[in-house]
Design a protein around this ligand. Structure first.
Ligand SMILES: [Zn+2]
Ligand SMILES: [Zn+2]
Length: 129
């Protein structure tokens, strides 16, 4: 199963705190000078340290983590009905494709019949030549 990569702001790097294994993000400073360390509950940027409260980095972290968890939840859901019972390859035919060729039984036998007619037609044309 493919797990799509969650888009993250440019330059952000996911990291894990060695002391307790807590994830955090290394955020490039908007001044272009140095980096901040941001989690959903704290940040080392001047705005968070001097003014307190939630800075824009923390808000982005919360957003990212929510998106990550919802992606994980989605990938853990059971296969959908369409995965288990693929539809017939014929456009407009919504039968279940129980034939290994990808057609439903009805379409598969239709095609077989058509192929047989086609080969007979060719034979007739050839006999005229
Ligand atoms: Zn911040
Ligand atoms: Zn069909």
């Amino acid at each position: 199963m493919t797990v799509s990569i969650v888009p993250r702001p440019a330059g952000w790097l996911p990291a894990t705190r060695r002391a307790d294994g807590k994830p955090f993000w290394i955020v490039p400073a908007s001044t272009g000078n140095g980096v901040y360390y941001a989690t959903s509950s704290g940040c080392t940027c001047p705005s968070a340290r001097h003014r307190g409260g939630v800075c824009k980095h923390q808000k982005r972290v919360v957003e990212l983590e929510q998106r990550l968890t919802s992606k994980l939840e989605m990938s853990e859901t059971r296969p959908s009905y369409a995965d288990v019972f693929p539809e017939c390859r014929t456009d407009g035919c919504h039968d279940v494709a129980d034939h290994p060729s990808g057609w439903c039984d009805r379409c598969a036998s239709d095609r077989e019949w058509e192929a047989r007619c086609e080969s007979q037609r060719t034979r007739v044309v050839e006999s005229w030549l």
